[in-house]
Ligand binder design. Structure first.
Ligand code: AMP
Length: 411
């Protein structure tokens, strides 16, 4: 055991193609969200436990079972972040930004949840996330969703992803709906799972996304929120749908989308795929108008989503290609000149390497092994003539190129 250390359960290394897939997802999201006017933030990987315990809702799975919480050496209770939103709201308040609204934020980084690991589900996983803080307009909801859809489209996976949309209404709608659900589930409580029975009093809406097969049968006939929406809540939802149509974002309404956390109201949505088996959610989000106030700030209406990078990376059809640079190969006493050339190429933005040792054959073998697209071969005669031999490693063609033209030629 001691000489065969493995990654901790539920964690995985990102190397080679895995890392390129991940990076491609994050780079794409960063680029697309910037075109929508989002600025990148980085918040800490761990926070005071209260940041999450207070806000995610005490009945949520994340808080009940999945948080990595511990006491640090000073006796403070610390939690590795299980999601971005609570930390972002905390940061908005701590940095005095509640006077500079709206804020449009993009984030990317690792998350930690004590989940049962399986394909597409890890204990350390990665999310990209956007939040609009300080807008109560349905246009903000639609724009946030449109940006997510645009990222999914840019990744080439839109054909495998469906956007499911719902409204959770305002507080008045939710209260009326809650009562209706309690009535319905109480009538059928004999058939409810233990978990759902526990939720019946505290958070009956969570029963709607129970995975228990018995619960799901009951849920199929449970009332939907639509008849309980106030006029204002129905109007808000109309607005979101209308703007989504204007943005050309396809969606499917699903009244069972409630999201796992307590802080959502009005818009709730998920991006679902049919390609990852049981782990079918690639992301989700919604509106959370009360969260900043719970962090001790003013009332700041907000909307956002998080997408799972690991799952998006699995969905990419074509992994991004390995980078192909050039290999500089000195022959004879030309190493000093070769080093000068390799540095010139690097400063010109070209990926250039020189093997640390070996004869011509060994160095050419190395060039092939690193997948170089070209070798720049430098012999003593070449230096005398002010040229290098550039060999295209795909076609095998070789020609002399003036040293001053190398960078332009190889770019
Ligand atoms: P959630 O905040 O739970 O809706 O998570 C948002 C997205 O993060 C999900 O749709 C997944 O794509 C991803 N995600 C959540 N938990 C995990 C996990 N344990 N492993 C991998 N990805 C996850």
């Amino acid at each position: 055991m001691a000489n065969e250390l493995q990654p901790a359960r539920g964690t995985h290394d990102l190397i080679g193609e895995d890392q390129r897939r991940h990076q491609h997802v994050i780079d794409t999201a960063r680029r697309v969200s910037a075109t929508y006017g989002f600025d990148e933030w980085a918040t800490p990987l761990f926070e005071d436990t209260r940041v999450f315990a207070r806000t995610l809702g005490e009945t949520s799975d994340v808080v009940m079972k999945e948080m990595y919480s511990f006491q640090d050496r000073g006796g403070d209770s610390i939690t590795l972040r299980p999601e971005f939103t609570a930390g972002v709201c905390r940061a908005l308040v701590s940095n005095g930004l509640t006077q500079s609204l709206p804020q449009k934020v993009f984030l990317a980084g690792p998350m930690f949840r004590y989940d049962r690991p399986q394909k597409g589900r890890y204990r350390q996983f990665h999310q990209i996330d956007i939040e609009v803080l300080g807008s109560a307009e349905p246009l903000a909801d639609a724009e946030v969703i449109a940006c997510g859809w645009e990222i999914i489209t840019a990744l080439g996976i839109a054909p495998h992803v469906v956007l499911e949309l719902n409204t959770l209404g305002d507080q008045e709608s939710r209260q009326a709906y809650r009562n209706a659900l309690v009535g319905y589930f109480t009538e059928h409580q004999g058939a409810l799972s233990q978990d759902s029975l526990a939720r019946l009093d505290r958070n009956p809406m969570r029963i709607l996304d129970s995975k228990d097969p018995g619960d799901r049968k009951l849920v199929a006939d449970a009332p939907t929120i639509t008849p309980y929406l106030t006029e204002a809540a129905a109007g808000f939802y109309d607005g979101v749908r209308r703007y989504l149509e204007q943005f050309g974002v396809p969606f499917r309404e699903n009244p069972r989308i409630v999201r796992g956390l307590d802080y959502y109201g009005h818009t709730a949505f998920e991006f679902i795929t049919t390609k990852l088996g049981a782990q079918d959610a690639v992301g989700g989000g919604g509106r959370y108008d009360g969260l900043v106030a719970e962090m001790g700030g003013p009332q700041v209406p907000a909307v956002g989503w998080a997408l799972g990078v690991d799952r998006l990376a699995l969905l990419l059809d074509e992994p991004p290609p390995a980078p192909a640079g050039v290999a500089v190969v000195p022959i004879g006493e030309t190493e000093a000149k070769a080093l000068e050339i390799v540095q010139t190429l690097r400063r010109a933005g070209i990926r250039a390497e020189i093997a640390y040792r070996g004869n011509l054959r060994r160095r050419m073998e190395r060039a092939n092994r690193i997948g170089a697209r070209a070798a720049v071969i430098i012999g003593e005669d070449d230096i005398a003539r002010g040229v290098a031999q550039v060999k295209d490693l795909r076609t095998g063609e070789q020609e002399a190129v003036a040293l001053g033209d190398l960078a332009t030629r190889l770019r």
